[in-house]
Ligand binder design. Structure first.
Ligand SMILES: CSCCC(=O)C(=O)COP(=O)(O)O
Ligand SMILES: [Mg+2]
Length: 244
């Protein structure tokens, strides 16, 4: 049990509010299936432009043009993007460009109803309890802010989006670096010690603790086994966070 009397809760998504299996078995295969058709349809549109820049920068180039200068045709450039996105997904690299592109591709799935975010059953009542207690609940995930909003707007428990006062993704900074949590605390407008960060990844919790946040390690069914929790208090459900 974690007793929390601070001001804000900051929540991870995969392995914390939703199962790893939902993300890997439903959301990622949707992207693999739709990737090439999406790139072809969205090529040269303003929505894709900043995403292509992120993908090129993640690969070490300054610009998309510099990254694709050896590719003669637009089709060859699309193929390069498709191959890079597939490589990143195969290696589960949470690169900003990949995450931004996934968010664009998931939109059609959430809009059509094919994708419905499966959040754990204890999540919606906890969000109600925490909000009723006046807590400032926000999300920090590798998934893009746009994807987070679609995700929580279309869950198996309905639209939960109004439960959150803020969203952060890797454009704020990497989840395993303390500086990212300092930026988030400053955005909350309170001391980091007033925020409880809940995640399934010890390295993320280490970074949040280094920045001064309180932490809770989520042991959800289906999460990868944790060999060393490094002193972070553990919970199996949000029912185990009590508001003091
Ligand atoms: C709407 S987020 C989809 C899940 C995802 O792409 C992801 O990378 C989740 O990572 P997290 O930081 O929430 O564990
Ligand atoms: Mg996670």
């Amino acid at each position: 049990m974690i007793k929390f009397s601070g001001r804000g809760l900051l929540l991870d998504i995969e392995g914390t509010t939703a199962s790893v299996a939902f993300v890997y078995d439903v959301m990622f295969p949707f992207v693999r299936r739709e990737l090439d058709a999406y790139l072809q349809a969205a090529w040269k549109t303003p929505a894709l432009e900043p995403v292509l820049r992120y993908i090129a920068q993640d690969a070490g180039a300054d610009t998309f043009a510099a990254w694709t200068q050896d590719d003669a045709t637009e089709q060859a450039k699309q193929q390069r993007v498709s191959a890079e996105i597939t490589r990143l997904m195969d290696n589960d690299i949470k690169a900003t460009g990949l995450k931004q592109l996934q968010g664009l591709i998931w939109k059609s799935g959430f809009d059509s109803g094919e994708l419905v975010a499966a959040v754990f059953d204890d999540v919606p009542p906890a969000l109600v309890r925490w909000n009723e207690a006046g807590k400032d609940v926000r999300i920090y995930s590798s998934g893009s802010v746009a994807a987070q909003k679609m995700f929580f707007g279309h869950t198996n428990h309905g639209d939960l989006l109004a439960s959150f006062r803020g969203h952060y993704d890797t454009t704020t900074g990497p989840k395993k670096e303390a500086a990212s949590y300092r930026v988030i605390a400053s955005d909350y407008g309170c001391d980091a010690s007033e925020i409880l960060f809940l995640s399934d990844i010890v390295a993320e919790l280490d970074a949040a603790r280094e920045a001064g946040m309180q932490t809770g390690l989520c042991y959800r069914v289906g999460n990868a086994p944790v060999e060393n929790g490094n002193g972070h208090p553990g919970i199996e459900s949000f029912d185990q966070v009590s508001i003091g």
